[in-house]
Structure formats: structure tokens, C-alpha cells
Ligand binder design. Structure first.
Ligand code: NAD
Ligand code: MG
Length: 394
């Protein structure tokens, strides 16, 4: 029996995770669910999945949830509140598997807590890995935890690695990773129109249905930049051995290029329940609810190199991946602030990379030697990004 804590259970990944679990009630038990402040959805999830714990980070939302729970048939659910409660439920001894699906840097501490507790960590929250340097990978290794990638590309790469391959190792006989990208909603938009795109246009992804932050990241291609850093950490590969390939159909989810000329790929419909089911059942396989791939309907698979003039975030991420230090932390934090400002219509779409570039130039870039230095760099970058945005405001 796998016993789960789902961090970020009301989000896109969280909901897909609970959908897969509900198909196999005999194999999975939900011990804890967490959300930021979406009371309605967390309450419904509590009624359906009957966890031991439900965490609402927001205090008012927790009070609201508590009173609804007490008046319901699920009155055994313990409601907790605050950020510390996230780490608490992620490290419970009766949990063995943690789905890390909080969006952004807010997911770092609970994900680290899960690794420190030696649990199996299913990692969707790429920002937690990107910002942490090698800290999260080290916590996994030191505590005999298991890390499995949920991000569809990294899950595809993991599935295409040699038999017995363990995340974090250098893979024998692999010379290159081909990291595929859809190119997002603005792949062919006339480039001069990019400065006036709206948040609604940016979050309308052609192939994937995702949360708002990652949807904007896909539109700027910073998502692929974060994934480049993520792949470099998960598979111990230098950035220059990771090639980004635009593949608009999103059917191949990434590829591994071997020394002997073999290229292995994982294919499937673009539905996150496939990588979620793969990681939940690993090394076994389970039914996920995903439509079987109709290869005749797909017909053609296209590939093209990314356009760096259109997507300046790619160059920023590549440089950061090569230079290291606290740069990945600064890149991630300033991107989070810039995306939020864009979603609130305070800056233009094309100003997102400008905010990040400015922060990378301004904020200290020492080698991160501790969690404190990472959290410090994260806080400084957020402050610098907010300052810069104030000057940009139209
Ligand atoms: P989402 O916005 O739909 O959901 C985010 C979840 O995190 C919600 O449950 C929300 O309540 C919770 N949350 C938000 N802010 C929080 C905070 N400050 N503290 C605690 N909890 C908080 O996001 P999503 O699309 O499900 O993405 C989640 C993560 O998975 C992201 O890191 C994203 O990059 C990654 N990911 C998502 C997809 C996808 O298809 N959606 C694919 C690959 C990777
Ligand atoms: Mg991805």
C-alpha cells in the first residue's frame, strides 16, 4: 500500500494525481492533502479521499475549512494551517510517498522535508529543484530517499535511460539529451506583436491544460529554461549536452541520444496523468485514464530549433545553468515576481526577461553552501525584481 501526501492537491497536477489514485483505491491511501487557500476544492477532496490531515496555508481559509469539516461526515480529518504544517505533513512517518505539486519556491521547504524523511518524492515542483542548487539532490542521497520526475519531459528521459538507472547518476553511454518543447502559444505570432499580448492569450496553451504560472512560463519558454536546469541536476549532465528541440505536436515528450547512435524516446498523448501514473506505480505500470495514442491521427512529427530572439529567456537560463552559484535561485525568484506582475498587467510580456536579466546582474552570485544562503538569495532577488518593476510601471 502506498500512502500519500499530496502537496498542492487543488492544483492542476494535484487534481490529476487524485484522479489516478481514485482508479486504484486498493493500492493507494491519501494521508494528507494541502492547498494554499482554495477551501471549496480542498473540502470536496476531503469528503472524497478522507485524509488524516488537510492543510490550508491561509489561516482564514483553514478556519473556514475546519467548520465545514466538523459539520460533515468527514469530521475525523485534522485541519492544520500555516507553512510549517506543509513540512510537517510531508514528513509524517505514516506517509511513504509525497507528490510535490506546489507551484514556485513555496514548495522548497516541504519538498526538502519529504526528502529528509526518506520518503519517495514525486517531483512536479521544478522551481524547488532549480532554486536549491544541489541541496535537494543531496538531501535525497543522504536520506536514501527516492526522487522520481513528474515533469513530462524528465519523466520521458527517465523512462528512456538505461535499465537500472537511478536519478542523480551519470548515465553510462548517453551523450545527449533532447529536451522537447511545444513552443507555447506564441511560437508563430509575428514577433512585433509579443509586447502587447495579454495574460489571457499567454495562459491559453495549445496542447497542455496547466496552472497559470507554468502556462506563462511556457509562453516565454522560461519553462524550458527551468527544465534545462532541472534536467542538468536530475541526470548529472552539463547544460551543453542538453539540446532544446521545438516539437509542436507534444507527442514525443523527450529523447535520449546514446553513444552507439540509438535515440530512445517516450511518446504519448499530452496528459500529465501518464507521468503521474508512471511515478506512482514505479517500477510497476498502472492504468491512468489517458486516451491511448492514435499514431494515425498524429500523422506527422515536426522538429525545429528554438528561436532565441523570440525567446530571450532561453539564453538567460542556459547561461545560468552553465555558471551556477546562486544564479538559478535568482533566475527562478525574479521570474516568479515578473510572471506575477505580468499576470496582474503591471508589466508587458516582453519585460519579463528584462526583469530577470537585471536581477541576475544586481544580486550576489556566491556558491550556495546552505539552505540559508539559498533563501537569502531568493529574498534579495524578489526585492530587486519588485524594485525594478516599480520603475518600469507604465
Ligand atoms: P497550480 O497553480 O494549478 O496549482 C498549485 C497548487 O499549489 C495549488 O494546490 C495551490 O493551492 C498550491 N499553492 C500555491 N501557492 C502556494 C503557497 N504559497 N503555499 C502552499 N501552496 C501553494 O499549478 P500546477 O500547474 O499544478 O503546477 C504545480 C507544479 O507542477 C509547478 O511547479 C509546475 O511547474 C509543475 N508542473 C506542472 C505541470 C502541469 O501540467 N500543470 C506540468 C509539469 C510541471
Ligand atoms: Mg514539462
Amino acid at each position: 500500500m502506498k500512502t500519500l501526501c499530496v502537496l498542492g492537491s487543488t492544483g492542476s497536477i494535484g487534481v490529476s494525481t487524485l484522479d489516478v489514485i481514485a482508479r486504484h483505491p486498493q493500492d493507494y491511501r491519501v494521508v494528507a492533502l494541502t492547498a494554499n487557500k482554495n477551501v471549496d476544492d480542498l473540502y470536496q477532496q476531503c469528503l472524497q479521499h478522507r485524509p488524516e490531515y488537510a492543510v490550508m496555508v491561509d489561516a482564514d481559509a483553514a478556519t473556514d475549512l475546519q467548520s465545514r469539516i466538523l459539520a460533515s461526515s468527514a469530521d475525523q480529518v485534522k485541519v492544520l494551517s500555516g507553512t510549517e504544517a506543509l513540512a510537517e505533513v510531508a514528513s509524517l512517518p505514516q506517509v511513504n510517498t509525497v507528490m510535490a505539486a506546489i507551484v514556485g519556491a513555496a514548495g522548497l521547504l516541504p519538498t526538502l522535508a519529504a526528502a529528509n524523511a526518506g520518503h519517495t518524492v514525486l517531483l512536479a515542483n521544478k522551481e524547488a529543484l532549480v532554486m536549491s542548487g544541489t541541496l535537494l539532490m543531496q538531501a535525497v542521497a543522504d536520506n536514501n530517499a527516492v526522487l522520481l520526475p513528474i515533469d513530462s519531459e524528465h519523466n520521458a528521459i527517465f523512462q528512456s535511460m538505461p535499465a537500472g538507472y537511478k536519478i542523480g547518476q551519470q548515465a553510462h553511454g548517453v551523450r545527449k539529451i533532447l529536451l522537447t518543447a511545444s513552443g507555447g502559444p506564441f511560437r508563430i505570432l509575428p514577433i512585433e506583436q509579443l509586447s502587447s499580448v495579454t495574460p489571457e492569450q499567454a495562459v491559453a496553451h495549445p496542447n497542455w491544460d496547466m496552472g497559470r504560472k507554468i502556462s506563462v512560463d511556457s509562453a516565454t519558454m522560461m519553462n524550458k529554461g527551468l527544465e534545462l536546469i532541472e534536467a542538468s541536476l536530475l541526470f548529472s549532465m552539463p547544460a551543453k549536452a542538453i539540446q532544446i528541440v521545438i516539437h509542436p505536436q507534444s507527442v514525443i515528450h523527450s529523447m535520449v541520444d546514446y553513444d552507439d547512435g540509438s535515440v530512445l524516446a517516450q511518446l504519448g498523448n499530452p496528459d500529465m496523468r501518464t507521468p503521474i501514473a508512471h511515478s506512482l506505480a514505479w517500477p510497476d505500470r498502472i492504468e491512468s485514464g489517458v486516451e491511448p495514442l492514435d499514431i494515425f491521427k498524429v500523422k506527422t512529427l515536426d522538429f525545429e530549433p528554438p528561436d532565441e530572439a523570440r525567446f530571450p529567456c532561453l539564453r538567460l537560463a542556459f547561461d545560468v545553468a552553465e555558471q551556477g552559484g546562486t544564479r538559478p535561485t535568482v533566475l527562478n525568484a525574479s521570474n516568479e515576481i515578473a510572471v506575477e506582475a505580468f499576470l496582474e498587467s503591471r508589466i508587458r510580456f516582453t519585460e519579463i526577461p528584462k526583469v530577470i536579466e537585471q536581477c541576475l546582474a544586481d544580486v550576489a552570485q556566491a556558491t550556495p553552501d546552505s539552505l540559508d544562503s539559498i533563501l537569502n538569495a531568493d529574498a534579495k532577488a524578489r526585492q530587486a525584481a519588485n524594485e525594478f518593476i516599480k520603475h518600469l510601471t507604465h
